[in-house]
Ligand binder design. Sequence first.
Ligand SMILES: [Zn+2]
Length: 327
Amino acid sequence: MRTLISIQLVILGLSQLSYAKYNVKNLVEYNPVQKCEVVAEAYPEAVSSFDQAGNLVFLKNGRVLYCENPSSYNLNNKSEYLAQLNDVSVSDILSQSYPDSYSAPVFKYNESPGRIRSDQVFLNTYLDIEKLPESVLGITAKDSFSSSDLNTLNRYLREEIIEVDFLGFKIPFNKRNSAAESLRRVNDRLLNEAPESATWIKNNRNMAGGFNLRYISGTNRLSAHSWGIAIDFTLKRASENLNFNDSYWKWVSRCIAPLRCPEPRTRGSVEARNQASEKELEVLIVEDRFDHFPEEVVRVFAEEGFIWGGHWHHFDTMHFEYRPEFF
Ligand SMILES: [Zn+2]
């Protein structure tokens, strides 16, 4: 009997080990005002106060954002989802929960927690707004900046960027709000706690960008890389039996007939894929994603405040982004 119990405990222990939970906020239980408080806590440099009812959030640069968006958007509708991305209130940032473990992906339509961002919150956090000229203080997701405004923003951002040594790569990252410090901690922990995965990253990945002021391709929204809070580790094309194009949703959809790429895949033969329905193909693609980064890497990043683009419907498996509000 005792042997049976201890065997069960061993099995239980092992299964807990292989499906470690991240400590994430269950945002379903939060009302909009509470979500705004969480954002204010994660970005203390950005928020100066709330109005009494909690409807308005006053930022340090004098701009005001809604806590709860007066317009509500149906995320199952593509154009409404895009509208929300362009019209962000503070609580919208947390309108989707990050999954609580590697094995609990959120791949529902348009569910991409962290993809909704507020440029104003980032501007107030990741720059010294006292120094900024008026022309770039009013940035919102809707604005297309003139190239001279972008140059100005770039110049001020550069002052906040430092290089972080990360598994042999030099990663330009923002020093404010503990972003660079958290990335350094991920590096130290991977080397100590997950040396095999650390070696796997060194051998199989290229570092393709930390800080890089740019718009997300095909949009007028600034990428998270613009603030120096995200890194990409692309696959070295020839080094793995993984499809390079499967790293990013936009690359996959560029393949002939959606999701039917000719390169070798880790799951499902090319024939099987050619015969599969679009829905079945989507499942195969989702499963492939987990081969792009080992669980322990995704977990250590999460424990230091980084979300992984592999958990997004609009997936981006090379992308890790510092978003402490989710944890
Ligand atoms: Zn990225």
